[in-house]
Design a protein around this ligand. Structure first.
Ligand SMILES: [Zn+2]
Length: 427
């Protein structure tokens, strides 16, 4: 009997949008398997941070990847960089001497059956499952095996983002990866419904169609797992999303507001640097500017687009580093109003100067809002209770230790804890 683990991520899928009419396979799985209804994301609730937290079982404060964008000092002061770019891990090594500060599942499992990750989101999100090349990571911007050796030709995953690419990737994942190569861990990270949710209203026909395609991909994986189980494998299946979404109410040029406050010298200055993360932001300070923290906080707390500001010990409670270059973090203002399709929750977002796309009226995430912190998690096999719905606390960082327990490997050094096999049924 071979013990194996499979993780499927439906990027951005909100738990409240899983219903028998919108996602019949997932709704059925939630009813039949072990559904962790109180499951939460991390801060920032962005895909790249979530990938690193799922891979390491650790909070951003511990693994060091602090958002979809992040300020680095590569020798010329703090500059905000997109973590999504394929070269970010090289930049991070240059600035800090390393990529993630703690080992990934791919590293831990390298001598124990290995890991294969297929991801159809951004390059950065894919690569931070395994930034140093212990296993295999497949992504359209470049696929890599052990030692970061390129996987070229037919071995590369040449697909497009969106439903069609997700389908081609899942075909290959179910056949080549799960059935033929048989790694200890297989991770399949779908681009939908995140890709459509950022470009269409939540709950619109296009968004619901995207949710249905992700549901179809989950069905494909479950059918493959059933064949593996029939052949004698003991498979732990984790199906989840990394975060949810809020509807974008307004987009705010937060950096311009900081300059207007007089507490940041100029839009491109390196004294105070704001890293936009959708409905959240992280503010970094050069050593000589750290004393501006209290004034910055007072300024931000008076702004109508700011929800809550975090500093010092509050950063630690958020799972963010309280020292180093990070000075403050914030989440944006939000309300519970429905959009035109009856999907609740709107929030302001922080403009990303590197992106020309408008998200107004569409989905976004990054903070700790009610809906972006309502992703879904359902676990099947591996000794987990069936037909169970529980409110036992659960987080993205609990997935890695849960996988390692199933595979018989230690999970020392993780912030997360393996999920209970028999959690209490919700009353
Ligand atoms: Zn995501």
């Amino acid at each position: 009997m071979a013990r194996r683990a499979v993780i499927v991520v439906c990027d951005s899928l909100r738990q409240d949008l899983i219903r028998p009419d919108t996602a019949p396979v997932l709704a059925g799985l939630m009813a039949d398997a072990c559904a962790f209804r109180a499951y939460r994301s991390v801060f920032p609730s962005t895909t790249r941070t979530s990938s690193a937290s799922m891979a390491t079982g650790c909070l951003p404060a511990t693994h060091g990847l602090l958002g979809n964008t992040m300020a680095l000092d590569e020798g010329e002061g703090l500059v905000c960089r997109s973590v999504g770019n394929p070269d970010f891990r090289q930049r991070m090594r240059r600035a800090t001497g390393a990529t993630l500060k703690v080992p990934t599942l791919a590293q831990r499992l390298a001598p124990h059956g290995g890991a294969v990750v297929m991801s159809n989101v951004s390059a950065g999100a894919a690569y931070f499952h395994d930034p140093d090349g212990w296993g295999y990571v497949y992504h359209r911007a470049g696929s890599f095996g052990p030692g970061l050796e390129p996987e070229t030709g037919d071995r590369h995953l040449a697909i497009g983002i969106g439903a069609e690419g997700d389908r081609a990737m899942t075909d290959r994942f179910c056949g080549e990866v799960l059935s033929d190569r048989r790694p200890a861990l297989g991770v399949l990270w779908l681009s939908e419904p995140d890709h459509t949710g950022h470009a269409e209203p939540l709950g619109s026909p296009a968004h619901l169609a995207a949710i249905r395609t992700a549901d179809d991909r989950v069905a494909q994986v479950l059918a493959t797992v059933a064949r593996l189980e029939a052949a004698g494998d003991a498979v732990l299946v984790v199906v989840c999303s990394d975060h949810g979404m809020e509807t974008t109410r307004r987009t705010v040029d937060a950096t311009a507001r900081l300059v207007a406050s007089g507490l940041k010298d100029a839009a491109d200055s390196t004294d105070i640097v704001l890293a936009p993360n959708g409905t959240g932001a992280v503010i970094y300070a050069a050593p000589h500017a750290r004393d501006r923290g209290p004034a910055l906080r007072r300024f931000l707390e008076a702004e109508d687009w700011v929800g809550r500001v975090f500093a010092g010990p509050e950063l630690a409670e958020l799972g963010m580093p309280a020292g180093g270059d990070v000075l403050l973090a914030l989440t944006t203002a939000a309300d519970d109003e429905p959009n035109g399709y009856g999907v609740r929750g709107r929030a302001d977002i922080v403009a990303d100067p590197e992106s020309s796309k408008s998200y107004d009226g569409f989905g976004q995430h990054g903070g700790i809002g009610v809906n972006e912190q309502n992703p879904f998690l359902v676990v099947r096999g591996g000794g987990f209770a069936t037909a169970r719905a529980t409110d036992h606390p659960a987080s993205l960082i609990d997935i890695a230790p849960t996988v390692l327990r199933h595979l018989g490997q230690p999970a020392e050094g993780m912030d997360g804890r393996a999920l209970p096999l028999d959690p209490p049924q919700v009353v």
